[in-house]
Design a protein around this ligand. Structure first.
Ligand code: SF4
Length: 120
């Protein structure tokens, strides 16, 4: 059995989740949303992942970024490792797609970085 705090609304019900070969059972939920949340957390937890991506030729060394949707936790560490080997060129605008398919996920900038003035 696994205990989960439901984050589907701000009431924060304490859920208990268990499974056998055939089904996942949930208790402690006060509504159907909570059951769906618990099943998702138990079988395939997802999060919106955030990263820092290296920038080449910019006024900052890195730009903050995130996945455009919640992704499986199993993808986040491999994506983070891959991003450490990559960089993007400045200028970068907030909301810009930095990578359209990194492990199948879209990575977008959450801040802007200006192009560095080479005359300084
Ligand atoms: S079970 Fe329902 S009421 Fe309870 S926290 Fe989750 S969404 Fe809210």
């Amino acid at each position: 059995m696994k205990e989960i705090i439901c984050a589907a609304c701000n009431k924060g019900c304490r859920l208990s989740v268990d499974s056998d070969l055939y089904e996942v059972s949930v208790s402690g939920n006060e509504c159907a949303l909570g059951r769906d949340y618990a099943v998702s957390e138990y079988t395939n937890p997802v999060r919106t992942a955030t990263f820092n991506v290296r920038v080449r030729g910019g006024t900052a060394a890195v730009v903050s970024a995130k996945t455009d949707r919640p992704v499986s936790l199993a993808k986040i560490l491999p994506a983070s490792r891959l991003l450490k080997k990559l960089y993007v060129d400045a200028p970068i605008s907030e909301g810009q797609v930095l990578f359209s398919s990194l492990l199948g996920e879209k990575i977008i900038a959450t801040s802007s970085v200006e192009k560095a003035d080479n005359n300084e």
